[in-house]
Design a binder for this molecule. Structure first.
Ligand SMILES: Cc1cc2nc3c(=O)[nH]c(=O)nc-3n(C[C@H](O)[C@H](O)[C@H](O)COP(=O)(O)OP(=O)(O)OC[C@H]3O[C@@H](n4cnc5c(N)ncnc54)[C@H](O)[C@@H]3O)c2cc1C
Length: 461
C-alpha cells in the first residue's frame, strides 16, 4: 500500500482512525493462538477503524477497486489465527461499531452493532428485568460479529446450543462493498437459501457482519453448581448420559483432569474441595424457581450416586459458584507455559470415554501428556501438545495427525468450536473430501470473486 491508499482511507474514517505506524498496529496483528503456532503476520498491514456500516462499505469498496486484501478484527479472542493478516492487508477493527441499537423486550430480541462485546451486552441486559443471553464463550471481550462468524459455543451449549441458533438476522457488507440485510426479527423464515446462516461460521471469509439481531431468553433466577467426584472416568461419563436422558438439562457439564482442578485452584490461592476421586464433573444447574432447582439437584445427585460418585459438593451462594467457575476458567493460565498447541476436537458424546482413553495412551506412547478439558456433555474435548525441553517437539505434525485419526475413528471433527482459521487450513483437508472442499471453494468464489476477504482462512485454492 502507498501513501495514496492511506490518504484515501483517512478521507473515509478520519486521520486518527488509520494506524500505519508499526508500534500502533502491533496490537492488532494476533489473536490468542499460542505463539509457536501463530500464523506470521504481515507487519506492513495497516489498521482502519470505521465508525459505522457506511464507512465499512466505503473502505471495502476502495479495497475491492484496488485489489487490497481485507481482514476484519473483532475482539481478537479467536483461537485459530483468523484475524491475523498474513498478506499485506487493511485490518478493519470493529471496536467503534459498538452501539446497542435496541433491546426489543416484546419480541425478545436485541439489535446490536458487530463491535458490541459480550461483556457490554451482558451489562446492558442487567438493566432489562428478566431478559438474558445464554451463549458464553470463555472470553467476554469477544464481539458479537466475531462470535457470529466463528459460531461460538462455550460451556452453556449443552442447554442452549451454539451462536447460530440465536441469530435471527444480520447486516453484512459483501467484499465489493454492497450492504445486505439478511433475516430479521422473524422466528420463522423459509424464503430461499439461508444466506445469513451461510455467513455465520464462515470466519470472515464471505462477508463482513456489521449488525446482528439476537434472540433473547427469560433469565433463570436460581442457579447452583455441583461438583461430582468419581473414581472412574467411565462412571462419570455414564452419569452425564443419564443426566441428559433425565430431562433435567444442566446449563453446563464441565470436565477437567483432576490435576488441573487442584493445580489451578492452588495457583489462585484457593483449595479444590473434592479430595476423593480421579474424575470430577462440574455440573451447573439453572432453573426458574427454587422448587424446580431442588428437583433438578435431586435428580442429578441420584444419577451420580447410581454411578458410584463420592459425596457431591454443592455451591449455592453466588460467591462460591463464582470461585468454582474461576477455577474452571483460569486453568489455561496454569498450563500455558508448558503447552505449544491446543486442540478442540468433538466426538459423539457416547464415544467420549474410549476417545479420551485412546488420547491418553497416545500421549504415553510419545512420552508426553495431554491435559484434557471438556464441555463433556457436548462431546467437545480440548486437549493439547506439550513442549519438550522448551521446544515444539519434533514429532508435532505426526502426533497431531495421529490425534486426528482417533477423532475420525470415533466419528468426530477436528474442531467443535474454535474453527479452522489460518492454523488448520491443511488439517481441514484431512476431514473433508474433495467434493466438499470444491463446494466450499465455489461458495467463496461467488461471495468473493477477487479473493480479497481474509485470504488464507478456512479454505485455500
Ligand atoms: C480464554 C478463552 C476461552 C475461550 N473459550 C471459548 C469457548 O468456550 N467456546 C468458543 O466457541 N470459543 C471460545 N474462545 C474463542 C473466542 O472467544 C471465539 O472464537 C470468539 O467468538 C471470537 O470473537 P472475536 O470478536 O474475538 O473475534 P476475532 O478473534 O477478532 O476474529 C475471529 C474471526 O472472525 C472474523 N471476524 C471478527 N469479527 C468479524 C465481523 N464483524 N465480520 C466478519 N468477520 C469477523 C475474523 O476475521 C476472524 O477470522 C475462547 C477464547 C479465549 C481467549
Amino acid at each position: 500500500m502507498t501513501e495514496k491508499d492511506y490518504d484515501a482511507l483517512r478521507t473515509i474514517v478520519g486521520r486518527d482512525f488509520v494506524l500505519v505506524n508499526r508500534e500502533q498496529t502491533a496490537a492488532y496483528m494476533y489473536d490468542e493462538v499460542e505463539p509457536e503456532f501463530r500464523p506470521p503476520a504481515n507487519i506492513d498491514s495497516i489498521v482502519v477503524k470505521p465508525s459505522d456500516t457506511d464507512e465499512v462499505s466505503e473502505i471495502v469498496r476502495y479495497a475491492y477497486e484496488h485489489d487490497i486484501p481485507i481482514v476484519v478484527r473483532g475482539g481478537g479472542t479467536g483461537l485459530a489465527g483468523g484475524c491475523t493478516p498474513v498478506v499485506e492487508s487493511i485490518v478493519i477493527s470493529m471496536e467503534r461499531l459498538n452501539h446497542i441499537f435496541e433491546i426489543d423486550e416484546k419480541n425478545m430480541m436485541a439489535v446490536l452493532e458487530c463491535g458490541v462485546t459480550l461483556m457490554q451486552l451482558l451489562e446492558e441486559l442487567e438493566k432489562h428485568e428478566g431478559l438474558g443471553f445464554p451463549v458464553h464463550p470463555g472470553d467476554e471481550g469477544a464481539q458479537m460479529g466475531g462470535m457470529a462468524v466463528t459460531n461460538a459455543g462455550g460451556a452453556r451449549a449443552v442447554r442452549h446450543g451454539v451462536m447460530r441458533k440465536h441469530i435471527m438476522g444480520i447486516e453484512a457488507v459483501l467484499p465489493n462493498g454492497e450492504i445486505l440485510q439478511l433475516g430479521g426479527k422473524l422466528v420463522k423464515n423459509n424464503a430461499g437459501y439461508n444466506l445469513c446462516q451461510l455467513i455465520l461460521g464462515s470466519e470472515g471469509t464471505l462477508a463482513i457482519v456489521t449488525k446482528v439481531i439476537l434472540k433473547l431468553y427469560p433469565k433463570e433466577k436460581c442457579s447452583c453448581t455441583i461438583i461430582a467426584p468419581f473414581e472412574d472416568f467411565g462412571d462419570a461419563c455414564n452419569a452425564v448420559t443419564d443426566i441428559l436422558h433425565s430431562g433435567t438439562i444442566p446449563l453446563a457439564v464441565e470436565y477437567m483432569d483432576k490435576k488441573l482442578f487442584t493445580g489451578t485452584a492452588e495457583m489462585l490461592g484457593l483449595k479444590w474441595q473434592a479430595e476423593k476421586g480421579n474424575s470430577d464433573l462440574m455440573i451447573i444447574l439453572s432453573e426458574k424457581t427454587e422448587d424446580r432447582m431442588f428437583e433438578a439437584v435431586e435428580t442429578v445427585q441420584n444419577i451420580c450416586e447410581k454411578h458410584n460418585c463420592y459425596e457431591t459438593l454443592i455451591a449455592e451462594k453466588k460467591s462460591e459458584q463464582d470461585e468454582l467457575l474461576k477455577i474452571r476458567s483460569e486453568h489455561y493460565s496454569y498450563i500455558v507455559d508448558s503447552i505449544c498447541d491446543s486442540f478442540d476436537y468433538a466426538v459423539p458424546v457416547s464415544e467420549i470415554p474410549n476417545f479420551i482413553a485412546d488420547l491418553k495412551h497416545l500421549a504415553e506412547e510419545y512420552h508426553t501428556g495431554n491435559n484434557i478439558v471438556a464441555h463433556i456433555a457436548d462431546g467437545n474435548v480440548h486437549g493439547d501438545m506439550w513442549y519438550v525441553d522448551g521446544k515444539v517437539p519434533v514429532y508435532a505434525e505426526e502426533y497431531k495427525k495421529r490425534m486426528y485419526d482417533l477423532v475420525f475413528h470415533y466419528g468426530g471433527t477436528i474442531t467443535g468450536e474454535h474453527g479452522i482459521g489460518k492454523i488448520r487450513v491443511d488439517d481441514l483437508k484431512l476431514q473433508k473430501n474433495e467434493t466438499e472442499l470444491n463446494l466450499m471453494r465455489g461458495i467463496k468464489k461467488v461471495f468473493d470473486p477477487k479473493g480479497i476477504l481474509n485470504p488464507g482462512t478456512v479454505i485455500n485454492g
